[in-house]
Design a protein around this ligand. Structure first.
Ligand SMILES: Nc1nc2c(ncn2[C@@H]2O[C@H](COP(=O)(O)OP(=O)(O)OP(=O)(O)O)[C@@H](O)[C@H]2O)c(=O)[nH]1
Ligand SMILES: [Mg+2]
Length: 369
């Protein structure tokens, strides 16, 4: 398999040559077609010159230059797109230039891809993995905090190390990621991408690695990155809740439509037993249209629109029956209460039925695996 190890660099002149030589040693024992793509942001220390020198001796070393420091996420976005479009990558790796990730672990991550994983994480937070013992409280806190934000704020519970920067990814998954929609520039890229592949139902595997302290050079993690990271975690949480929130908004609009038309019909002198089902039907149709073209717009369902419409009619008919039945029963048992209240209460069981049938039947999502 053609595999590209993408290494973003900014002032990593003291590390990159040694790292590339160490990787080449590992490649010798691997059966895959292994390449390295360095994405350098025009490092003032001349990191790119080191790569050009290495390219004279190795034809599996590639260089992609940026104009100026644009952030880790931008570097990876460009690197991954280039690896897929120009280098024919089947697998890409994310790896730091500073020896925090051990070259000896590359074959271990690759072995999981061979076993069928789509997305392999070199994880510090599964049993057997570790962070540097020499790290001070501040550095440890940043790393732990990042993971807590990702897991509990963004809601990525299933992964232990969400901020890991050592990962192997099949491009068959990556090709379905809308990079332009990620909207992140810095380290937030790591959880934004993780969230995307989770949505795509990728097979994710975490294997333990020891994360070592950077061997030379300075850290590039800044306050701007931390702020973007937290804002992005909120966004991911909202994104996951979006369908539910939209469904609730549509439901609320349906109540207004239902009661609005009901009152309008009563004002026209229409008998309440006729006005009730008419208003219910109108709100059911407006709910369906909004759910179909807004709430569930992105859902891939098994059915064609016509079948979905047919299912919707069956659901509507049942919901209308339940809603109208409740209205009639309440009108008979509580004749002195305003009919609008009967109509309103009738919406409750109908909404539950509607939600259940629409979510699990009409708009049932197809399983991609
Ligand atoms: N091209 C590019 N590379 C970057 C940028 N920011 C960081 N990097 C690289 O991304 C990798 C990770 O950055 P680090 O500074 O090591 O971040 P860190 O590992 O969280 O922090 P330390 O533990 O202090 O090393 C390194 O290879 C950096 O050179 C950037 O804006 N552009
Ligand atoms: Mg580092």
């Amino acid at each position: 398999m053609k595999t590209i190890i993408i290494i973003p660099t900014y002032n990593e002149g003291n590390n990159i040559t040694l790292l590339i030589l160490a990787l080449q040693v590992q490649f010798k024992g691997m059966k895959h077609d292994m390449h390295i793509l360095v994405v350098d942001d025009n490092s003032p220390d001349g990191t790119a010159n080191d790569i050009k020198r290495l390219q004279l001796g190795f034809n599996n070393v590639h260089l992609l230059m940026g104009e100026k420091k644009a952030g880790l996420g931008v570097a990876y976005t460009r690197g991954m797109s280039y690896a897929m479009e120009h280098l024919g990558a089947e697998v890409v790796f994310e790896m730091d230039a500073d020896f925090s990730h051990k070259p000896e672990d590359v074959p271990r991550l690759m072995a999981e891809i061979d076993k069928g994983a789509d997305f392999v994480i070199g994880s510090r937070y599964v049993p057997g993995g570790s962070i540097p013992k020499e790290w001070g409280i501040r550095r440890k806190a940043i790393s732990k905090f990042g993971n807590i934000v990702a897991r509990y704020l963004a809601g990525i519970y299933s992964v232990r190390d969400c901020t890991a920067g050592f990962r192997a990814i099949r491009t068959s998954i990556l090709r379905n990621v809308a990079f332009s929609d990620l909207g992140v520039k810095g380290y937030a890229f790591q959880i934004a991408l993780l969230h995307q592949v989770l949505v795509l139902k990728a097979k994710i595997v975490e294997i333990p690695v020891d994360f070592l302290d950077r061997s030379a050079g300075k850290s590039k993690l800044g306050v701007k990155d931390i702020i973007e990271f937290i804002l992005n975690a909120w966004w991911i949480r909202f994104d996951s809740l979006k369908t539910f929130i939209k469904f609730a908004i549509v439901g609320a609009s349906g109540v207004v439509v239902n009661l609005g038309f009901f009152t309008l019909f009563l004002m026209q002198g229409i008998n309440k037993y006729v006005a009730s089902p008419m208003a219910i039907e109108i709100s059911i149709i407006s709910n369906f249209l909004l759910n179909n073209f807004w709430t569930f717009r992105g859902r891939k369902t098994k059915d064609r629109v016509r079948i979905r419409g047919l299912k919707f009619n069956v659901v509507s008919f049942l919901a209308l029956g339940v809603s109208y039945g409740t209205f009639v029963a309440l009108s008979i048992f509580f004749p002195n209460v305003a009919p609008q209240l009967h109509q309103l209460i009738g919406i409750v069981p109908a909404t539950l039925l509607n939600y259940f049938l629409n979510s699990y039947w009409t708009f049932k999502e197809v399983d991609e695996d």
